[in-house]
Design a protein around this ligand. Structure first.
Ligand code: BGC
Length: 768
């Protein structure tokens, strides 16, 4: 755990030059605009430890799989989100001496990101070996108002000398992924050009043939007076730069405004890329840094208007929640159903792929609550469009008749994960796909999503469960063997409660969907029966048998469901007794030791209890929480949010707050010592859930919003907003009252602490 980030309500601040934490800060201060993202690398050369990263949405490379023992069914490749051309680069020389913060004395250093506007700022004073001192002020952002544009303002002041300053802004496509399996370069140069102060590099990915064109142009001024220096163009393979020199008197400052355009064949045909790049650069130059930034501020203001959460009285908690919302909004704007939310977003390479069950389980509630309905629908359609690939995937593993297994990790629908105990066995992800359909319909009321989309997916999932589950003659029950639950610290177990619960629930929900379609859309249902070759009686009668006779491991003494068969054979020593030097255990212990231990990586049995809370009474939730929480090490970012919500629902307010802070500040305080790899973007959706469903106690039941709010001790008040169907509501909780302001034109009925209320349009409801 670290705590060097300065607490502030809107900014993430690093003070002082912390080289040893550079990768962590680079992740934390990443910028993004849904189409591309950039770690907080320095513009000028830096020979110290850094993970250079620029990423472009939807552009990937199928890196050849690397495994010890090849198992049939493994995918051939692991999709990597590519490190793309460096668009921020500016080389700086002072009288021939290169600026490199690793090789000079850093007299002062400050950087921050302002979450209000997505502006990254850095300021430092450096003394070069010659004794010359310069002050650098750099600002940059990726525009969410014009998603093809990035802008940098980079100023250098000569502090104690007069001399020649040479700057070389450049675009460099000679980049590698640190996690490349065979040290391969993934990009091939297609075209490039540089003239005067502008240039571009167009590159194509090997195998996948995506093209990305990255262009730049720039303007120079000295002490706010535009200057027109002479440019010397520098061209190498996949590299264009434009060098120039200016003479600065002591106290004078040069400012370079560099604009970048990043466009890909996801949005333009290959032969139009160059043109699109040039147009974007023209747009940027015509506006200039300040106007582009004014547009950026306006666009962010709009985003914050519907998604901000305010806390009065706890700066650490306020910074935490805003950081999570900010990063989610930088990663996914929901305007393109081909895109999704990767566990690291645009902030690092780890995890490759892009799409995990994380999206359905942890991010969908955030988009449902804060974005237009279409954004959530797009997330669902992403999976609908991948259905045929999920069916192929299941076929590879021996399943038939339209059974689907969604991939553990994917970017285009194909599986690209290859550890057998996860790829083949962590099949609870199929349950998350079904739950997302339910969750979307439950929240939005859009039952029409079932036909034509949702039902097709549900049927394929039910077919999978029906084939994956078998009858045990010994138990006289149906069983689910050889699985890995969400707790990846147990592999290849039998009868994982969560997985079996999701399987049975999916069968029930699919039966409900059939009933609904038959009743409400009989003709459509007929078409679906034909299209999907549904043998209704035969298929559903097996489902019904499974529902009736499924086996769930249960301990009658403790009155709890067991995470899996044999769980009680473990030495149940609480995680609080682990030595601090043994944590996180996944970095300190052998895998063998972890597997035999009772320690749980993330909510597992508690995950299904959270999802199906109404099927358990309060005492039962308490018993399960009290048994599993002390054994949970929360070494997955997806863990604390679920614990926060359950703790809140059983009245453990302090625990809920502790878990909330852990999820909200997971990256800011580097709880799991891995922020250096990138941020935990998908768990940030979980943080939002922990707030709204935990502190706010928000649930949707029978087409109505329900709340059971409380305020953590020490807070004066908090507020959040929700889109719910036609309504847009603002909730405020302080020490004396819970109030709801209806900003929309629609009247709404809602339930607070079990009592029904009617709230007309534009009115406020205050409940003491
Ligand atoms: C978690 C998975 C999750 C993945 C990506 C793993 O550490 O155990 O549940 O899908 O990270 O976030």
């Amino acid at each position: 755990m670290k705590n060097y980030i300065i607490h502030d309500e809107w900014k993430i601040i690093e003070e002082g030059f912390r080289q040893e934490e550079n990768r962590v800060t680079e992740s934390l201060l990443s910028i993004g605009n849904g189409r591309s993202g950039q770690r907080a690398n320095f513009e000028e050369k830096y020979s110290g430890d850094t993970l250079r990263g620029s990423y472009v949405a939807g552009v990937y490379y199928p890196d050849k799989t690397r495994v010890g023992w090849w198992k049939n069914g493994y995918p051939e490749y692991f999709a990597k989100i590519l490190n793309a051309a460096n668009w921020i680069g500016i080389d700086v020389c002072v009288d021939g001496e290169e600026l490199d913060l690793n090789r000079c004395e850093v007299l002062s250093f400050y950087r921050d990101i302002d979450m209000k506007s997505g502006l990254l700022t850095r300021q430092f004073v450096a003394r070069l070996s010659s004794g010359k001192q310069i002050e650098v002020r750099a600002k940059r952002f990726l525009s969410i108002a014009d998603q093809e544009i990035g802008a940098i303002s980079y100023s250098v002041k000569a502090l104690n000398f007069s001399g020649e300053l040479s700057l070389t802004p450049y675009i460099d496509g000679n980049v590698m992924n640190e996690d490349s399996n065979y040290d391969e370069v993934f990009w091939i140069g297609v075209s490039q050009k540089v003239a005067g102060s502008s240039g571009f590099v167009c590159m194509e990915t090997k195998k996948t043939a995506f093209q990305v064109c990255t262009g730049m142009n720039f303007a120079v001024s000295v002490d706010n007076r535009p200057v027109a220096p002479e440019f010397t163009v520098v061209e190498e393979e996949k590299y264009v730069g434009s060098a120039f020199k200016v003479w600065l008197k002591a106290g004078e400052e040069i400012c370079l405004e560099k604009y970048a355009a990043i466009v890909s064949t996801l949005y333009y045909p290959a032969n139009k890329l160059q043109d699109a790049t040039e147009k974007a650069l023209k747009r940027a130059a015509a506006k200039g840094f300040d106007k582009l930034f004014a547009d950026q501020e306006k666009a962010w203001e709009k985003r914050w208007e519907t998604s901000d959460i305010r806390i009065d009285g706890d700066v650490a908690a306020q910074q935490g929640i805003r950081f999570n919302i900010f990063q989610l909004n930088q990663t996914y704007l929901g305007d393109d159903e081909r895109l999704n939310i990767g566990p690291k977003g645009f902030t690092g390479e780890k995890y490759g792929g892009v799409t995990y069950w994380d999206t359905e389980a942890y991010c969908l509630p955030f988009t449902l609550g804060t974005a237009p309905q279409m954004v959530s629908k797009n997330l669902l359609l992403y999976r609908y469009k991948h259905l045929s690939k999920a069916i192929e995937n299941a076929k590879k593993l021996g399943f038939t008749d339209g059974a689907a297994l969604y991939p553990m990790v994917t970017i285009n629908g194909e599986e690209c994960h290859n550890e057998w105990e996860i790829t083949f066995e962590e099949i609870h992800r199929n349950g998350a796909m079904a739950y997302a359909i339910y969750n979307y319909i439950n929240y939005t009321g859009d039952r029409e999503y079932l036909a034509p989309y949702g039902f097709e997916v549900l049927l394929a999932l039910s077919r999978f469960w029906s084939q994956r589950i078998n009858w045990s003659d010994v138990k006289k029950k149906f069983v689910l063997l050889g699985v890995t639950g969400p707790n990846e610290y147990e592999n290849n177990v039998n009868n994982n409660f969560h997985t079996s619960y999701m399987a049975v629930w999916t069968l029930k929900y699919t039966l409900e969907a059939i009933d609904y379609l038959k009743k409400e859309h009989p003709l459509l249902f007929e078409d679906l029966v034909k299209k999907l070759k549904l043998k209704e009686l035969k298929e559903t009668s097996r489902w019904k048998k499974i529902i009736k006779d499924m086996y769930f491991p249960y301990d009658f003494t403790r009155k709890i469901y067991l995470q899996q068969d044999g769980f009680l054979d473990k030495e149940l020593i609480p995680a609080s007794e682990l030595k601090p030097e043994d944590r996180p255990i996944n970095q300190k212990w052998s895998w063998d030791r972890i597997l035999r231990s009772p320690y749980i990586k993330q909510a597992d049995t508690l995950q299904s209890i959270y999802w199906f809370e109404d099927e358990f009474d309060r005492e039962s939730i308490e018993r399960h929480f009290d048994f599993y929480e002390p054994l949970t090490v929360h070494e997955s970012s997806l863990s604390s949010c679920i614990h926060a919500i359950l703790a809140a629902s059983i009245g453990r307010q302090e625990k809920a707050y502790e878990m909330y802070l852990r999820t909200a500040r997971l990256d800011l305080d580097d709880y799991n010592n891995d922020t250096c790899d990138g941020l935990h973007i998908t768990s940030m959706g979980g943080t939002w859930m922990a707030f709204v469903q935990g502190f706010g106690g928000m649930r949707v039941k029978n087409n109505q919003l329900h709340f059971n709010p409380f305020i953590p001790e020490g807070w004066n008040s908090y507020s959040f907003r929700l889109n719910f169907r036609e309504a847009h509501l603002e909730f405020k909780m302080d020490k004396s009252a819970f109030s709801v302001f209806n900003h929309s034109k629609a009247n709404i009925d809602l339930v607070v602490r079990g009592k029904q209320f009617h709230l007309p349009a534009k009115k406020e409801l205050i409940i003491k």
